[in-house]
Design a binder for this molecule. Structure first.
Ligand SMILES: Nc1ncnc2c1ncn2[C@@H]1O[C@H](COP(=O)(O)OP(=O)(O)OP(=O)(O)O)[C@@H](O)[C@H]1O
Ligand SMILES: [Mg+2]
Length: 335
């Protein structure tokens, strides 16, 4: 059984009365035990929102409109209170997009460890200061930080150190799945590489399943086994990382790959993606990539393609991965 099975998840933001933003649409995904998967896509395509939905961190005005999120066989999408806390313990955790915002500026690092351990302590279990310090030091060691960091406040740490502290905090409950939301975006390239390497090492040693969210395809390709590509709230391609580089299926993935410079290549030609992503507050007719797509066909304007199996993965594209039902009718080129 897969660790995480997600079916038909929709998340909508309702910031004001009558306004709706469909940020995550019809997402299905599977995460196996010990698998390390990347989630990429342009800013605003719904990556963080999906990460929040999967770890039950959505807060108003966001709402899980529909869908099933099965973690270890249990539908966690409707759990509340103590039941949800029980699933979180040894269950799932998220490392937030900005390490600085995730930490309380007026509390030292030890305090953060104390809060997590106490909030999720089994009934009656005590966490005296000495225990928190010992466990905190152990966890900091795992992410390459010295125990002296325990007494420091967030503003006394570098960006890379703060991100490592956030990762150590996520490890505190020994989760079986961790979602890393842009863990290295604000960091310089050298620190970024070191933090990603730490995540990879931890994942291999501890065997948790992980989703690495990033808008940087290069980072994701180097770190993960499989990549999911998101566009306008939908997952549009899902392939093993090595297949995605050598043979992307969705035209959006092709465009993303052209934006990514492989430093090992002899010549580097960088291309942008013409056009802009759609307004997610408007209902989408057909495939959302249509206005930017070089392969567009008539059917793309009216029917949103479902994810269909292709190669070692799947893609949502009428042209590249015609679904069985649509293939029977044929695809008519636009003249
Ligand atoms: N608090 C909010 N209120 C209203 N709409 C929101 C809110 N947060 C996000 N959205 C909408 O949801 C969409 C998805 O946002 P999300 O933060 O999930 O994108 P993302 O892919 O993580 O982007 P980034 O790469 O910039 O972090 C955005 O386009 C935005 O319009
Ligand atoms: Mg985000």
């Amino acid at each position: 059984m897969a660790l995480l099975e997600v079916e038909g998840v929709n998340v909508v933001y309702e910031p004001t009365r009558g306004q709706r933003i469909w940020s995550v649409r019809d997402v299905d995904l599977v995460l196996e035990q010990g698998e390390f998967v990347g989630l990429v896509g342009e800013s605003g395509c719904g990556k963080s929102t999906l990460g929040f939905a999967l770890t039950r961190m959505l807060r108003p005005p966001a709402r899980l409109e529909k869908g099933v999120i099965r973690f270890d066989g249990v539908d966690v999408s409707t759990l509340k209170g103590e039941e949800l806390r029980r699933q979180r313990r040894n269950g799932f955790a998220i490392v937030l997009q900005s390490g600085m915002n995730a930490l309380n500026p007026v509390r030292n690092v030890e305090h953060h460890f104390g809060d997590i351990l106490k909030a999720h302590a089994h009934g009656g279990e005590h966490y005296p200061g000495a225990t928190v310090r010992r466990r905190g030091a152990e966890l900091l060691d795992k992410v390459g930080l010295d125990a002296s960091v325990l007494s420091r406040f967030p503003h006394e740490l570098s960006g890379g150190m703060r991100q490592r502290v956030s990762i150590a905090l996520a490890l505190a409950l020994e989760p079986r799945m961790i979602i890393f939301d842009e863990p290295t975006t604000a960091l310089d390239v050298i620190v970024q590489k070191a933090v990603i390497q730490t995540i990879k090492d931890l994942q291999r040693e501890n065997g948790f399943s992980a989703i690495l969210i990033s808008h940087d395809l290069g980072v994701v390709l180097e770190a993960t086994d499989r990549v999911m590509v998101m566009y306008a709230g939908r997952v549009v391609e899902d392939q093993p990382s090595k297949d995605l580089v050598s043979g992307p299926h969705h035209p959006y993935t092709e465009a993303l790959l052209r934006c990514y410079a492989d430093p090992r290549a002899d010549e580097i030609h960088l291309g942008g993606i013409p056009g802009t992503p759609p307004d997610l507050s408007l209902p989408q007719a057909g495939c959302s990539f249509t206005p930017r797509c070089p392969l567009v066909q008539d059917i793309c304007r009216t029917l949103d393609p479902p994810m269909s199996p292709l190669g070692h993965g799947s893609a949502a594209c009428h042209v590249r991965a015609p679904s069985a039902a649509v293939a029977e009718e044929g695809v008519n080129p636009v003249h």
